[in-house]
Design a protein around this ligand. Structure first.
Ligand code: NDP
Ligand code: 8X3
Length: 255
């Protein structure tokens, strides 16, 4: 049966890898993110002979509630049949103690990771409720299980994702809608470059001396979660690099 997935934050990292994997499985895909040029390039690739996927672009800033509302309301009836929503768009900004961190960084993380996820879910969940089917997969983090030094607000937003995943599962239970969380440890994406405001040297150091997870590793787990039979819901998966035992406990080799 024809299936549609909406992936937020598809311009990079985990979201982009997930779009590619689901395209290879024959899904129609709504790809969202702020960088329209990247959405267009991804759409071109996924529509090409190697994937032949049907793609819809939803360029938007997930922090803008009105834009999220309009984007979902203006989907054609066919594209509103969203089977899977992957709430993946998110970011970290800064790594500073509570008394020195930049409050603007805090606002960006809360607005994106918590409020953005809520705006999108609030518009897509009713579409799923009306069809009595659907699957919401939230991308949490090890940072939503344990706090680490200077992780303060980023960790708080991912603890919120964990809480919201549990809450959504209860609220949507009677409608047969599955709600899952995939919570990774360190994944080598643009995440650290964004956290350190474009300082690629500092970002590269995060992934040195061990094998971090790759975006494709997480895409495969999202696929596993999504492809269980309808009576099976994977509530939660915490997945780490073999060389990472906790949020701040790594086995790294120096050069
Ligand atoms: P990337 O930086 O590579 O990707 C983040 C994606 O989120 C981009 O596509 C970006 O698109 C999108 N995004 C960010 N802000 C907004 C916004 N305001 N509106 C719309 N889209 C936005 O990082 P990852 O792939 O690693 O991150 C994906 C998710 O995984 C995040 O929720 C992150 O917290 C989580 N995660 C990451 C881990 C890691 O170690 N990398 C570990 C655990 C969880 P654009 O900039 O074009 O808007
Ligand atoms: C991203 C992983 O450990 O940098 O969520 O917070 S971590």
């Amino acid at each position: 049966m024809h299936q549609t997935i909406l992936i937020t934050g598809a311009t990079s990292g985990i979201g982009e890898a997930t779009a590619k994997l689901f395209a290879s499985k024959g899904y129609s895909i709504i790809i969202s993110g702020r960088r329209e040029d990247r959405l267009k390039a991804l759409a071109k690739e996924l529509e090409s002979a190697s994937y032949k996927a049907e793609i819809l672009l939803l360029p938007l800033d997930i922090r803008n509630r009105q834009d999220v509302d309009c984007a979902i309301e203006n989907l054609s009836p066919e594209w509103q049949n969203i089977d899977i929503l992957v709430n993946n768009a998110g970011l970290s900004q800064g790594l500073d103690p509570i008394h020195r961190a930049d409050v603007d960084d805090w606002e960006r993380m809360i607005d994106t990771n918590v409020k953005g996820l809520l705006y999108m879910s609030r518009k897509v969940a009713p579409l799923m409720v009306s069809r009595q089917k659907g699957h919401i997969i939230n991308i949490g983090s090890i940072a939503g299980r344990e706090v680490y030094t200077n992780g303060n607000v980023y960790c708080a937003t991912k603890f919120a994702v964990d809480a919201l995943t549990q809450a959504m599962r209860k609220d949507l239970l009677e409608f047969g809608i599955r709600v899952s969380q995939v919570a990774p440890g360190a994944v080598n994406t643009e995440f650290s470059t964004v956290r350190f405001h474009g300082d690629t040297q500092r970002a590269d150091a995060v992934y040195k001396g061990y094998s971090p997870l790759l975006a494709s590793d997480i895409a495969e787990i999202i696929w596993f979660v999504a492809s269980r039979p309808p009576h099976v819901n994977v509530n939660d998966i915490l997945v780490m690099p073999t060389a990472q035992a906790s949020a701040s406990h790594f086995s790294k080799k120096s050069d």
